[in-house]
Design a protein around this ligand. Structure first.
Ligand code: ADP
Ligand code: GN1
Ligand code: MG
Length: 367
């Protein structure tokens, strides 16, 4: 599909000027496109949804539309200024639909590009990750009263960690890409955490964790930061917003933003929890959710961080063993490197667990 033709199917009134691949997401294909609208340059993002990961685009887009509409209404009620920078804006197709399917069956959608913002893959300061936590925690809070029926489960069993461990075991048994032997120590480490994998599920089954609408992919680069002030403005990447557990989102943010190394860092001595970053995330999370955070949920935050870090490590490792079919890679072995980083981070979360628990306990409590 020619990218210059995509805009013709959406409610864009300008002339196409150019487009280029954009961002560093692992799943969808994103293009930043420029249009001339009466002498003014306006930018949009055209995104091609990954069909294998999201086989039901109708459900994905229905969820996103409902969530965006609700967020817009809530921010208006709260009198928040410049809301166009704080909520994604979907550009509908000319026939009003939320996405367009091309001749090859690929699914496209378009967002207004939010100017003057940036995304980071690797955390730069405690202040920055606290901002990200305020944004993701605030997102969860605003969605507490989302009206209507339960959201669609766009990827069933997405954060079912025991099932992810089972998938890893099956990938090991199949050894489809002949990569098991060199990954033996990583496989053993991950599979030895089978008990941890079920920790949140057990709390849920015991009635200690309420189901909420959660983001499910709260990695640091899924929030737009103001390019000049650094304030976290807008939560993006809403394909997996669906019912889930609060600690999943806290955990995913910790695994991406409390680790000062790159996600595919090869020097594993750098892939460790940074207590200052962890403390800043905790502060932003607890502050943004306030009384919404039940004591049992607060008590499950560190567990959430460990579980989601394990899960992500297991997912990268499984994909490596299956021949890199899910996460985009830019070089051979990248998924194994990503897995090693998560597992190294998990080890350090385990080693410093008591200290991290104390940080959570003390957070917001005056000395
Ligand atoms: P993926 O699912 O592939 O991760 P994302 O929706 O996260 O795709 O988008 C990829 C990148 O594009 C983001 O990390 C961010 O840098 C950028 N981005 C996404 N939406 C917007 C937007 N509306 N305005 C500005 N940048 C955006
Ligand atoms: C993927 O789409 P992106 O890059 O924001 C993945 C997440 C993983 C993450 C690891 C739908 O997120 O679950 O945690 O990579 N998204 C999906 O970096 O599988
Ligand atoms: Mg993303």
């Amino acid at each position: 599909m020619q990218i210059s033709k995509i805009g013709e199917h959406f409610d864009i009134r300008g002339a196409f000027r150019g487009a280029a691949p954009y961002g560093s997401g692992h799943i969808n294909e994103t293009f930043l496109a420029e249009y001339d609208e009466g002498g003014r340059t306006v930018r949009y993002l055209h995104q091609r949804l990954n069909r294998r990961v999201f086989p039901d685009p109708v459900s994905v887009m229905e969820n996103i539309r409902r969530v965006l509409e609700h967020l817009r209404r809530k921010l208006a009620q709260l009198g928040v200024a410049r809301r166009e920078r704080r909520v994604l804006e979907l550009i509908p197709c000319r026939d009003g639909a939320g996405f367009w399917r091309d001749e090859e069956g690929e699914v496209w959608r378009t967002y207004q590009f939010i100017e003057g913002t940036r995304c980071v893959d690797v955390p730069e300061s405690p202040g920055q990750v606290e901002q990200a936590a305020l944004a993701f925690g605030g997102f969860q809070k605003l969605l507490l009263d989302l009206p209507g029926s339960r959201l669609h489960e766009t990827i069933p069993h997405f954060h079912d960690t025991p099932r992810r461990m089972q998938a890893l075991g099956e990938a090991v048994a199949a050894d489809a890409a002949g990569r098991v032997v060199p990954a033996k120590s990583e496989i053993e480490f991950a599979l030895s955490r089978v008990d941890l994998a079920g920790a949140l599920a057990r709390l849920r089954a015991a009635g200690d964790l309420a189901e909420r609408v959660v983001h499910n992919d709260t990695k640091l680069n899924n929030v737009l930061l103001d390019g000049s002030t650094g304030e976290a403005l807008c939560v993006i990447d809403l394909d997996t917003v669906m019912p889930g557990l609060g600690p999943w989102d806290f955990g995913d943010l910790v695994r991406s933003a409390a680790n000062p190394s790159a996600e595919d860092e090869r020097d594993l001595s750098r892939a460790k929890v940074d207590p200052q970053l962890f403390s800043a995330i905790t502060k932003g999370w607890i502050e943004s959710l306030g009384s919404v955070l039940a004591p049992s949920e607060r008590g499950a935050l560190v567990t959430g961080a460990k579980v989601i870090t394990l899960e992500c490590g297991a997912r990268f490792l499984t994909d490596h063993l299956q021949g890199d079919a899910y996460f985009k890679i830019r070089r051979p072995g990248q998924n194994l490197d990503r897995a090693r980083v998560q597992l190294s981070l998990l080890r350090s979360l385990e080693e410093r667990e008591d200290e991290l628990e104390r940080m959570v306990e003390r957070c917001g409590v005056r000395p």
